[in-house]
Design a protein around this ligand. Structure first.
Ligand code: DGL
Length: 264
């Protein structure tokens, strides 16, 4: 494995692009392999065992394609099995977790909301996070079924998606939260609508930039930073329909990209 090898990134679908765009911004010289597991999306309705099996299969694929490190750009897969993946593979693996710590520091009234998938909210790792970082803060959690599918289907700005968001945000807003954690990598693509519904006083927090900084730190630690100053390439793969997924990825990535089908 060399510095010139790509970074492998995966998510249940296109959500991980909200993390990948931050990695691209911070590390313009790195090559990136992105795997969207669209045929198995959403992960939020699957068992941790099913999710972990998919994560391991995708990691094996990315490593076979030469990845020098793996980024699990999915809160659900990270909560379900990050430790397990670190036992299975020797390359550095960076995962994610909902931003409970930054939200607990940011709140002014001691009330925060967390939007995430059911698997994330029920995960042991999530409960440890709450115990560790939510001292003196009341946390209102909200599973949000349907939002991942809306982003996957290119319906982020659709009226039906706004209605769904209004429904999920209402209990947290009624409780008076002043800070909301976007605890799923798909949700930053709904940020504008969420902000409009909540109003400007509510602070929204996601971890895309923090994860990108962690990727940079880990690459440095392992002496794996690409030597090129810029022009890293991206290759996109999906287990789903490459044309349909390609359309959505091109919109979210901001340029026309080709997506290759990989039935793994
Ligand atoms: N992007 C995933 C996350 O961060 C979505 C999970 C899903 O597919 O339900 O949790």
């Amino acid at each position: 494995m060399t510095k010139q090898c790509p970074i492998g990134i995966f998510d249940s679908g296109v959500g991980g692009l909200s993390v990948t765009r931050e990695i691209r911004r911070l590390l313009p010289g790195e090559d990136i392999l992105y795997f969207a597991d669209s045929a198995y999306c959403p992960y939020g309705t699957k068992t941790p065992q099913e999710i972990n099996a998919r994560s391991a299969t995708i990691c094996r694929f990315l490593l076979a394609e030469g990845a020098k490190m793996i980024v699990v750009a999915c809160n659900t897969a990270s909560i379900a099995g990050l430790d397990l993946l670190r036992q299975l593979f020797t390359v550095p693996i960076v995962g994610m977790e909902p931003a409970i710590k930054p939200a607990s520091l940011a709140t002014r009234n001691g009330k925060i909301g967390v939007m995430a998938t059911g698997v994330t909210i029920n995960g042991d790792r999530f409960h440890s996070l709450l115990e560790k970082y939510s001292n003196g803060v009341t946390v209102y959690t909200q599973p949000c079924p349907g939002l991942v599918e809306a982003v996957e289907n290119g319906q982020s700005s659709a009226p039906a998606t706004r209605l769904l968001l209004q429904k999920y945000l209402a209990p947290m807003l009624a409780a008076g939260v002043d800070t909301i954690v976007l605890g799923c990598t798909h949700y930053p693509f709904l940020r504008e609508t969420v902000q409009k519904i909540c109003g400007p006083e509510v602070k929204l927090i996601d971890t895309g930039q923090a994860v990108a900084r962690q990727v940079e730190r880990v690459l440095k630690q392992h002496d794996l930073q690409h030597t090129a100053a810029a022009s890293g390439r991206e290759l996109f793969y999906t287990s789903g329909d490459p044309e349909a997924v390609g359309k959505v990825i091109s919109t979210l990535w901001g340029k026309q990209v080709q997506v290759q089908k990989k039935s793994i």
